[in-house]
Write a protein that binds this ligand. Sequence first.
Ligand code: HEM
Length: 472
Amino acid sequence: MSANPVRRVVGDVAAEWRGRGNFPPGPGDFSWRRTHQIAHDPLPLLLGAYEEHGPIFSMRLLHIRSIFMLGPEANNFVTVAHPENFHWRESSFGDLIPLLGDGLLTVDDEFHDRARAIMLPAFHREQVSAAIAAMEVETEAAIADLPVGEVVDVYDWMRNLAMRIAMRALLGLDPDEAGKGAAAAEHFERALHYYGIDYGLRLLRGPGSPWRRLLASRRVLDEIVFAEVARRRASPDPGRRDILSLLVGARGEGGEAFTDREIRDQLMTLMFAGHDTSTSTVTFMLHELARHPEVVARLCEEQDRVLAGATPTIDQLEREMPYLEMVLDEVLRLYPPAWIGPRRAVRDFEFGGYTVPRGAYVNYCSWASHRLPEVFPDPEAFIPERFTRERKAALPRGAYVPFGGGQRVCIGKRFGQTEVKLVATMLLQRQRFDALPGRTMTVRQMPTLSPVGGLKMRVGKRGIRAGLPLPV
Ligand code: HEM
């Protein structure tokens, strides 16, 4: 993949020319309006096209004729039944490569499967369980900083907390240590900023441009991570449970280890994939809870019964708090942070009566798929009861895909779920968050779903308005 935008455009036009005549139905003319809408409010556009054309359709966005596949069968086709038809690397998200390098997200085929096999043990239950200690310490401190009675931006608050957790649990760095943890956090945020700005600005390459700032932050991050890898190699400590240490010690089936560069790329990818996603999930959960006091009351009843004010263990979070799980499932249905699964067809394939040509940009989309009324009746409503164990099991295959599926299913699923559940539980044990009167939330989607301009809420003490007891 070239990082040069002109070469990318020329390659895209050539690929479309080779596959001409074979695209699924949908508008093929160039339209700024459409391109702007997909970047700012894609749901109505995608759901309208689904109604008109069915589960596979195309539309021209900028210079590219993109294909979208929506609904259970389409999601299952891309992720589980026929992933061999697709690459991630050459997808429309390929411009992540300059920051992420060749981590799990941006590689394919045997290279992906080999790396994933080496990494999987670092995400087993025992490892996530070990990470809970870091999550708990950081959450406790972040909650202590919340000013009761005042307005805070809960998105910013959680973003800071998620970054501190990532520093400790992924990199094994102290987030307060100047020159290391604090610098890594700051430069990672700066690098991510590049992917949240308008596409046109991302094309600029001169001094002072967002691109140059991205490269400068990448240099700082590289220095920190390579120095840490060297330190762990020089004095291995089997007691360290952070993911960086686990990756330094990890071996493949044939005994092969990751190189320094591979570890760096995997870590950047984990930070990228894990940071915004948990931040947005907690934020959207607080937004919905503020609108549904009856759900808060049930959550509080469950946590008081199971925990009696104590901090939960991974066992309790995973097995003994089913209502919390249902609430999380429903939040991720309405707002799946990684809302789109970008791919590129690497061979011609058939779906829904159409032949999609090799080289086409193809996307599955959890966000739109989760709002299809024939799969989720009354799709706009927040109803955790959709996700009782029986009802979840009865959903068609591919209907619910907030973590993707198949061989690329989110490797950090358990880590992310644990983090979100733990933070939500600890917050609900102490606080209440009220929406500000008259304030609405708008969702933006680049690079992941998040509330435009953050989410300001008033912090209260738990139970004061709802008549619930304060924790002992
Ligand atoms: C609520 C939290 C999270 C959500 C909703 C989420 C969602 C997803 C989704 C939908 C995918 C598949 C994308 C595709 O098919 O193109 C994915 C992949 C991935 N996620 Fe997550 N994620 C979350 C948390 C995390 C965390 C905490 C980490 C790491 C610590 C992580 C690391 C990854 C990686 C490395 C991949 C690529 C896997 C592969 O291609 O083999 N995610 N995630």
